[in-house]
Design a protein around this ligand. Structure first.
Ligand SMILES: [Zn+2]
Length: 730
């Protein structure tokens, strides 16, 4: 999006050349993306099961390394992440001011653990954390500290004897490279994982003032409003600084070991700059109201921007909550539900344990059982492509520029940050309930090479779209693609500047007039027959959404949903509509060239997330089916809520069915697993695919199968938590 794109492209090319022809094809991602087992790419692509031990300063004399080596063996762990240095060192470092762990003494805890892992042929990633420094480091280099807006250095918020470091100063750009070099030279790890690698929020130290002024000619912003020119410049400058930091750190470790790499937590979240061979994403567990499918959503988002390189999902054995009980143990049903949801959508599991000592072992059995299952079915989990034909477009820039990265007071033209996520989650939930297999696409990759495999793209209130992105979507539709868009999609440019009209008004079939928020007690009249309102034949009226966009239609075509305008909700004597029905369309279902377009001039997806009205779920799912105009590659019949996915591997196809029928589906933790079934799965087979055998990977049973024309039908009698239908191909 910003920064040295040319530099990024060159690096990616270099990696492709270095990695051989197979890897190069993986990057082009033609019809079907390659994920997983990429011969020719570095070792990490073959590590399927991961574990992390985050050491504490009191661990060295007190922990039992053999516990860990036994656990790694029994769980068939292939790669391990171990705490090395940064804020605190777990080895006898010689880098000045690199503080050794309090109880390290003469020991080399990192070295001991690495040796044991090497004995078992386990790959090692070393973890660094640069976000804090010691009192001694601060005394010598006060300029390394991050500062608050008034210029005062920041004490660490939790560790009273430590200081928060500035991400743009000497600690990150001089001290950390020395640490990274020492660790690489001494231990030759396969790679590095950076925790809290991007700093701890905005810093106002002298270094930041000076560097920002030199780069932009501006003073550091004090407003969070992304439309403030200084904030806008800061967002871009910060992205550049992180790229510089990443490049320096990555080059530093490569200088000491050619195929070593630095992988920041979550990756760079920039498809233009994907150069690390894998990425681990820290999504440790559920807190607050979080649906259990959320880990799968993180997997889909990350695979999209990582261009289908291996993605590893970090889950924590503890109770993950804003109160941060880092030493707790989550129950097994929740641990498995969270991680199986991620595995079903393409995450490789990475279990994280804070503290190397085990005083509450309740997590060990469920995690070992899940990993053992994963190992036994390894070849069915090395996905080469996902077969979904529908994708929700994820828009980081809408979140940044039309909503503001952090919470701030919404003003004129500035939208509350949460709206972007809520609209996306609403559509996500509707598709999960409809059991439509789908992916997430990235708004920075709208070229045919990336989106050509999809039949339908969903744009859930993707407000910020550049002219180029609008044209890419237009090209997609003209080539026969289909879109479903809601709310203010395309009303802003990529930096959040409001347009006079939708960028996609020609596709929507209407022009923008105005937006009303907080609309109460307004309804929709469904008209029949139309696929969009199928299932609502007995409903004279359904609820509308709370944000409504007034638009001017380009033509007078009648549409299947029309508005019943808002009327009083009090006093009760006034609760009757002023107009029983209008001709005002609240959806535009249009044939455009070879493609189809559905546009809802309202935030029906966000309202669905808030209210979860069943009628909205029907409409949202129907919109996709009307746009799709062909059968889904997979259909599942049976009770309740399942998250589904349909994958191809080298010699097989797999269907993941995650049973989400649980009273704790929307807010964890699960207390127990409640089996559900029976289910009937109907699969379209890829052209030329011949079935050799079908089995169920969790129950171990051979299921009943039949044919429905070209489709394979599989009966799944019962799903405990997760089932995989594995179809071996000839
Ligand atoms: Zn600073």
């Amino acid at each position: 999006m910003v920064g040295n794109e040319r530099d990024g492209a060159t690096r990616r090319e270099a990696l492709m050349l270095g990695a051989g022809a197979l890897a190069a094809t993986a990057f082009h991602i033609p019809a079907f993306a390659v994920t997983g087992d990429m011969a020719g790419l570095p070792w990490a692509n073959n590590a399927m099961r991961w574990a992390q031990v985050a050491f504490t300063e009191e661990d060295p004399p007190r922990y039992d390394p053999n516990f860990w080596f036994d656990f790694f063996r029994e769980a068939h762990v292939q790669a391990v992440c171990l705490s090395a240095g940064g804020d605190v060192a777990f080895y006898p470092t010689r880098v000045p001011l690199h503080k050794r762990a309090r109880d390290l003494g003469d020991r080399d805890m990192l070295g001991e653990m690495i040796k044991g892992c090497r004995n078992q042929n386990i790959s090692v990633i070393t973890r660094v954390d640069p976000h804090a420094m010691s009192e001694e480091a601060f005394a010598t280099h006060p300029e390394w500290a991050a500062c608050t807006e008034d210029g005062k250095p920041r004490r660490h918020w939790a560790a009273a004897d430590m200081w928060v470091t500035c991400q743009n100063g000497g600690f990150y750009f001089d001290f950390m490279p020395a640490v990274l070099k020492e660790i690489t030279d001494k231990y030759q790890p396969e790679g590095f994982f950076g925790n809290r690698w991007a700093g701890s929020g905005m810093c106002y130290c002298q270094t930041c003032h000076t560097k920002f002024r030199a780069a932009t000619g501006l003073e550091l912003p004090t407003s969070n409003d992304p439309q403030d020119p200084r904030r806008k410049a800061y967002i871009q400058w910060n992205t550049d600084m992180r790229w510089q930091q990443f490049t320096l750190w990555n080059d530093t470790v490569k200088m000491s070991k050619k195929d070593c790499f630095f992988s920041p937590n979550g990756g760079l979240n920039n498809p233009e700059k994907v150069i690390h061979p894998l990425v681990a994403v820290d999504r440790q567990g559920r807190s607050g109201t979080t649906p259990v499918w959320m880990m799968g959503k993180f997997a889909k988002i990350t695979r999209a921007y990582m261009q289908n390189l291996p993605v590893v999902g970090i889950f924590n054995v503890g109770i993950e909550d804003d109160n941060r009980w880092k030493d707790s143990v989550q129950n097994g049903a929740e641990l498995r539900a969270w991680m199986q949801g991620g595995i079903a959508q393409g995450f490789r599991p990475w279990v994280a344990k804070f503290n190397a000592r085990i005083f509450d072992p309740r997590w060990v059995a469920p995690v070992t059982a899940m990993y053992d299952w994963h190992w036994r079915n390894d070849r069915y989990l090395r996905n080469t492509s996902n077969l979904a034909r529908v994708a929700i477009v994820n828009s980081t820039q809408s979140g940044t520029f039309t909503a503001g990265g952090t919470a701030f007071t919404a003003g004129d033209g500035v939208r509350a940050a949460q709206r972007v996520t809520d609209s996306q989650n609403g559509y996500y939930q509707a598709l999960v309930e409809a059991r439509i297999p789908f992916e997430m696409a990235d708004d920075r990759q709208l070229e045919p090479a990336h989106i050509g495999r999809y039949r339908v793209l969903i744009l859930p209130d993707i407000a910020a779209l550049s002219d180029k992105q609008c044209q890419q979507i237009r090209d997609f539709v003209n080539a026969g693609g289909r879109i479903v868009a809601t709310g203010e999609t395309s009303l802003y440019d990529e930096l959040g500047k409001r347009r006079m009209n939708f960028g996609l008004s020609d596709l929507f079939g209407c022009d923008y007039v105005k937006t009303d928020n907080g609309v109460k007690n307004s309804y929709l009249t469904p008209h029949h027959p139309h696929l969009l309102t199928k299932g609502l034949e007995d409903a004279p009226r359904i609820i509308a959404a709370t944000q409504q966009i007034t638009v001017k239609s380009h033509d007078a075509t009648s549409q299947p949903l029309t508005l019943v305008p808002s009327y009083p909700d009090l006093p009760m004597e006034r609760v009757f509509p002023l107009a029983e029905q209008t001709d005002t369309p609240m959806v535009f279902c249009r044939q455009v060239g070879k493609g189809r377009v559905v546009y809802f001039p309202m935030d029906i997806d966000r309202t669905f997330w808030e209210v979860l009205a069943a009628d909205h779920q029907i409409v949202l799912a129907n919109a996709v089916e009307w746009a799709m105009e062909e059968p889904q590659p997979m259909r599942v019949k049976g009770p309740g809520v399942l998250d589904v996915s349909y994958w191809r591997q080298q010699n097989s196809l797999t269907v993941h069915l995650v049973n989400m029928n649980n009273p704790m589906m929307m807010k964890g933790p699960y207390r127990e697993v409640l089996p559900a079934g029976p289910y009937t799965v109907s699969l379209a087979l890829p052209p030329g695919a011949k079935v050799r055998a079908v089995k169920l990977l969790e129950s171990g049973a051979t299921p009943q199968t039949s044919r429905d024309g070209e489709r394979l039908v599989v009966e799944v009698p019962r799903i405990h938590l997760h089932e995989v239908v594995a179809v071996d191909l000839v």
